[in-house]
Design a protein around this ligand. Structure first.
Ligand SMILES: Nc1ncnc2c1ncn2[C@@H]1O[C@H](COP(=O)(O)OP(=O)(O)OP(=O)(O)O)[C@@H](O)[C@H]1O
Length: 263
């Protein structure tokens, strides 16, 4: 396993306390406390609009109006030294349609490692990440001619170029067929196991929760649970993480009602 950093090994990948984000007139994240451990896959799950993308944007340092504590790989979120240590894949694939898969990756590799001296390394990095996302047979196809799932995988390949310590993936499997989804989850597990990287992956598909080491379950800008899938099922007496989530939602609604009536 690669040892990436000089921080103590028990420093979490992400540590948040009282994390609050305001977007427009709304408080979208409300005083969140959580940690994301290193070297594991943490799933960020919750219904559409609960704040998953906003939380990810905060972690990668692209979100305005963030208050509270948010440390990422031992530094405050948004610190310039984090730029090369984090890979971020947004929901909309960010690739150039008029370039081939390989040309897209050559372009981003040249930004990460410019200069003639790095050309051999760039070439091997590009070949490696194209293999990682299983696009070798499409390496010379124009990105504009790929399917949605293939374009998402080009975006993922871009994020893998710098061998990041923390990969933040916003709904990477949305719109993919079951075989591709399975293959991508296998790749995520390989990245965590072989490179010791931390992955934070959002989804609103609850069956994907079962594939994560840990889960952050969100609802309406709050964290309902921060635990392993097994512990969540046991604690709530549920068969599936989806049932556990529904159980926790009912509990939160009931607790909210009780608070209202005791006021
Ligand atoms: N630019 C914005 N200005 C104001 N409010 C916003 C803005 N962008 C998002 N929001 C609101 O913030 C809340 C959280 O949005 P966010 O995109 O983080 O949710 P999400 O859980 O990622 O949703 P989805 O799964 O649909 O992508 C939503 O209620 C949304 O309406």
């Amino acid at each position: 396993m690669m040892n990436y950093s000089s921080e103590p090994p028990d420093t979490p990948a992400v540590h948040a306390e009282g994390l609050t984000v305001v977007r427009g007139p709304r408080t979208v994240l409300r005083g969140l406390d959580f940690t994301v451990p290193r070297g594991q896959i943490t799933g960020l799950l919750g219904p559409s609009g609960c704040g998953k993308s906003t939380l990810m944007r905060s972690i990668v340092g692209t979100q305005a109006k963030v208050t509270g504590t948010l440390d990422v790989l031992g530094r405050p979120a948004g610190h310039p030294t984090l730029r090369t240590r984090i890979g971020y894949v947004t929901q909309a694939p960010s690739v150039y349609d008029d370039l081939t898969v390989r040309q897209n990756l050559d372009y981003f590799a040249a930004i990460l490692a410019p200069g003639h001296a790095a050309s051999e390394r760039r070439h091997s990095d590009v070949t490696r990440v194209i293999e990682d996302v299983d696009l070798t047979s499409h390496a010379d196809s124009l990105a504009g001619n790929l399917s949605g799932g293939q374009r998402s995988r080009v975006s993922l390949a871009v994020a893998l170029l710098g061998t990041p310590e923390l990969l933040v993936l916003d709904e990477p499997t949305v719109g993919l067929d079951p075989v591709l989804r399975r293959d991508l989850w296998n790749l995520f597990h390989d990245i965590a196991a072989q490179r010791g990287a931390t992955l934070l992956i959002s989804s609103h598909v609850m069956d994907e929760a079962e594939r994560c080491h840990r889960l952050l379950l969100m609802r309406e800008g709050e964290i309902l649970a921060d635990d392993t899938p097994d512990a969540l099922r046991t604690r709530t007496g549920s068969e599936t993480v989806e049932d556990a989530f529904l159980h926790l939602v009912d509990e939160a609604v009931a607790a909210g009602r009780k608070k209202e009536t005791t006021r």
